[in-house]
Design a binder for this molecule. Structure first.
Ligand SMILES: C[S@@+](CC[C@H](N)C(=O)[O-])C[C@H]1O[C@@H](n2cnc3c(N)ncnc32)[C@H](O)[C@@H]1O
Length: 243
């Protein structure tokens, strides 16, 4: 089982740490995109967290289920009255099972990278495929690896520097992993959060999808369905389980 870094302290602050990710318009783009693919049928969110996306998707009339590693994140989700009807299994998205089949499985906010080996990521794709009915979709939102921003010969880069937050990535290029160091500043207090990620290019995910028996359906540069180009900083990738 992977290490649970989303402990009680992190879970309690999760909904307040990154306001942009909770912006209503942004969430409407995400939930509309996902609702269209779910097509009035059941959806399963891997790493459902505190329900940032699951709750807006539910408002589109979609029955949402979740798998989540962190009990404190699940506790935060169920502290919200509108989460009452969501069924969550606490476990690892690479292996945990829910007995139903789904039209949509989705994994957003770069969270595939929380699985820090290639084997675990492949298992996650296989687990997604095993929960899909024929014709169903698996959606991933992930950053394009930021390694291309590194000046030659360096392994560290700052991804955010503001009065409230300093974010620094340290790369292990040989092992294709990066540790993101976050320092949240509130007056004279600093909260520290480090997370390790395994980054991968979209083409590697396509191979994982193929191993899991899924076919690429489409790839976009954002939830607004903008084109994915060589300048895109992230991608929304959709694979389909053949009918
Ligand atoms: C960045 S948060 C994203 C939460 C939610 N999906 C969202 O978009 O706000 C990452 C979440 O992934 C969960 N997580 C990390 N590794 C996991 C795993 N192997 N299986 C299930 N959940 C996992 C964490 O506990 C955390 O809730």
């Amino acid at each position: 089982m992977p290490e649970n870094i989303f402990d009680e302290r992190i879970a309690a602050n999760y909904d307040f740490a990154d306001r942009e990710m909770f912006d209503e318009n942004h969430l409407e783009y995400i939930s509309s995109f996902l609702a269209e693919l779910a097509n009035d049928q059941r959806a399963l969110e891997f790493a459902i967290g505190t329900g940032r996306v699951a709750l807006p998707l539910q408002k589109h009339g979609i029955e949402v289920h979740g798998i989540e590693l962190s009990q404190p994140m699940v506790d935060q989700l169920f502290a919200k009255p509108e989460a009452e009807s969501i069924n969550v299994v606490v476990g690892d998205m690479a292996s945990a099972k829910i007995p139903e089949k789904f039209q949509l499985v989705y994994l957003v906010y770069n969270t595939i990278t929380n699985l820090i080996t290639q084997d675990e990521q492949v298992e996650c794709f296989k687990n997604a495929a095993s929960h899909l009915q024929a014709g169903g979709f698996f959606v991933i939102e992930d950053q394009v690896p930021t390694i291309r921003n590194l000046p030659e010969g360096t392994t560290t880069s700052a991804f955010d520097v503001s009065r409230e937050h300093i974010g620094i990535d340290t790369f292990d290029i040989l092992n294709q992993t990066v540790v993101s160091h976050h320092y949240w500043i509130d007056a004279d207090r600093v909260e520290i959060f480090d997370s390790t990620h395994r980054y991968a290019w979209p083409s590697e995910y396509d191979l994982m999808a193929k191993i899991a028996g899924l076919e690429l359906f489409g790839r976009w540069g954002g939830w607004d369905k903008s084109e994915f180009t060589s300048a895109s900083k992230s991608h929304i990738s959709v694979w389909k389980k053949p009918s």
